[in-house]
Design a protein around this ligand. Structure first.
Ligand SMILES: [Mg+2]
Length: 512
């Protein structure tokens, strides 16, 4: 019996007794590859953008401000201070063409579906002229992938700088602004520096509430894993003082059963240097509870202690279980998921914050999305018919009156009439279908625009591109065993849930 159909008093009784309430749609967990939570004995978490969900607008704003300060310090024009970047301009999964100053979004085949130069959208002619034959594998150096939420501010800032270079080159000494690639490098370095020198982290540490959402369900979710007998670990690239401030804000004093945030985790590894952590053999440095170094670096670790650095094999050895009994939850497709999956054998859960809005929009625009789906199918059918009719028209064009007279014994007038009327009717059919095709395309474009606008006015949905999976969407699908919008969504599922993936299919499996 579906849970929602149980009588309400029974439902609340069950929930009070510990049964999970039903997850709101935005908080569901999705499965790419079967995963049995019952077989998972250890669950690890990344911190930034995984346990800690940042307020993107606030973090973009401080990243921009500190990067702009540093850029001006490097000799870029003072006018940069007036730059207002739109945080919606940058989303995960974009690709930056450093050489030409463009930012683009691709579908799962690597085809560029839309692109901007600065903040100006390239027309489809411009886009095709540049990228039609561009394959990324050939020119790795020229492109930068945007695959973490950390990188969004630099993309927004880069686009503004490209605008400024094009519209006001006189702002730079001698009217000679740097090239786009050079500007990209400067923006990258300044943002990196802002992260490294504490310009950003100090602000967050002073007032975590302004930059990080406190998720009231998080402590309970971790506790639920622990009560089910699972051990937990933290594996973050952030260093101890920052980690301590953030997790104290998120987990400290959240429950009388836990003295502090450290009590939730059996192993804590900070400053881990992922993705290198998964392949290198660096030693672990033990830290005390205040973050001070204790003893000499070593290769093996013990449960219940705090370490900095280290490597995956050493941590795995301390777990004492097979790697496929370990689930690692992170937000970085490459650093957390691809590398860990390839070299550790750990199972993976990807936190995709963007899903929350994606699912809300999908729900709100359900009818339009269904219409788009139907229109695409229709358009494909019409296109197939147009092509068949044109093939027929070409064949008819080759038939002569003389042939028809000789073969069918018709007189010239009858043969001419028959051929003309047949050709005319095929022509009419092609015209009718083409008009229909055009009309369908127009409605499709209009509906597509409407929906894109709701997802993101510049890029549409992060997960799709032109009715296909986007490059980002296909990475989410390909690399993560399961994915969801936030860690606390696990509170809605049983700790022994068997996640079963929808079965894949290929076009030739559905021949009717
Ligand atoms: Mg992270």
């Amino acid at each position: 019996m579906p849970y929602a159909e149980l009588p309400k008093p029974i439902r609340s009784l069950l929930v009070a007794g510990g049964l999970e309430p039903e997850a709101p749609p935005e908080r569901r967990i999705f499965t790419n590859r079967d995963l049995n939570l019952d077989r998972i004995s250890i669950v690890g978490f990344d911190m930034d953008y995984t346990l800690a969900i940042y307020r993107q607008e606030a973090i973009t704003e401080v990243s921009l401000r500190s990067a702009v300060d540093k850029l001006i310090g490097r000799g870029h024009p003072e006018q940069l201070r007036a730059v207002e970047a739109d945080p919606r301009f940058a989303i995960r999964g974009l690709m930056v063409d450093k050489r030409l100053g463009n930012v683009m979004k691709m579908d799962r085949h690597g085809y560029v579906g839309r692109a901007y130069h600065g903040r100006r959208r390239l027309s489809s002619e411009e886009r095709k002229a540049i990228y039609r034959f561009q394959r990324l594998g050939q020119e790795r150096e020229r492109f930068a992938e945007v695959d973490t939420l950390f990188e969004l501010p630099e993309v927004a800032l880069f686009a503004e700088l490209v605008e400024l270079i094009d519209s006001r080159p006189e702002l730079w000494p001698g009217g000679k602004p740097p090239g786009y690639a050079e500007i990209w490098q400067d923006v990258r370095e300044c943002i990196d520096e802002a992260h490294r020198d504490g310009s950003i982290k100090d602000l967050v540490r002073k007032d975590p509430g302004a930059y990080i959402e406190r998720d009231p369900d998080l402590p309970e979710t971790l506790h639920k894993f622990r009560s089910a007998g699972k051990k937990l670990f933290l594996l973050t690239n952030s260093f101890f003082p920052y980690t301590d401030a953030v997790l104290r804000y998120l987990l400290g004093k959240s429950s009388p059963s836990y003295a502090d945030w450290l009590a939730y985790f059996d192993w804590v590894v900070v400053g881990s240097g992922k993705p290198g952590f998964f392949g290198d053999e660096r030693p672990f440095q033990e830290l005390d509870r205040k973050g001070a170094m204790v003893g000499a670096p070593r290769l093996e670790v013990q449960r219940g202690k705090i370490y900095q650095g280290g490597n995956q094999l050493g941590l795995q050895a301390s777990f004492g279980v097979h790697p496929d009994e370990v689930l690692y939850v992170g937000d970085h497709i490459y650093g957390d998921i691809v590398r860990s999956k390839k070299s550790s054998g750990w199972r993976t859960a990807l936190i995709v914050q963007e899903l929350q809005q994606e699912l809300a929009v999908r729900r709100a625009r359900e009818i339009t999305l269904d219409e788009i789906e139907a229109l695409y199918t229709l358009r494909a059918r019409i296109a197939a018919q147009v092509s068949a009719e044109r093939h027929l028209a070409r064949a008819l064009g080759r038939v002569t009156v003389e042939e028809l007279m000789a073969r069918e014994g018709l007189d010239e007038a009858a043969a001419t009439r028959l051929l003309e009327t047949t050709r005319a009717s095929v022509r009419r059919q092609v015209e009718r279908l083409r008009a229909y095709e055009e009309e369908t395309r127009e409605i499709l474009d209009r509906r597509g625009l409407e929906v894109d606008e709701t997802f993101n006015p510049y890029w549409g949905s992060s997960f799709s591109e032109r009715h296909d999976t986007s490059r980002f969407g296909s990475q989410v699908e390909y690399y993560a065993c399961i994915y969801t919008s936030r860690v606390s969504n696990f509170r809605y599922v049983s700790p022994s849930k068997y996640f079963i993936s929808p079965h894949g299919s290929m076009p030739h499996w559905h021949v009717g």
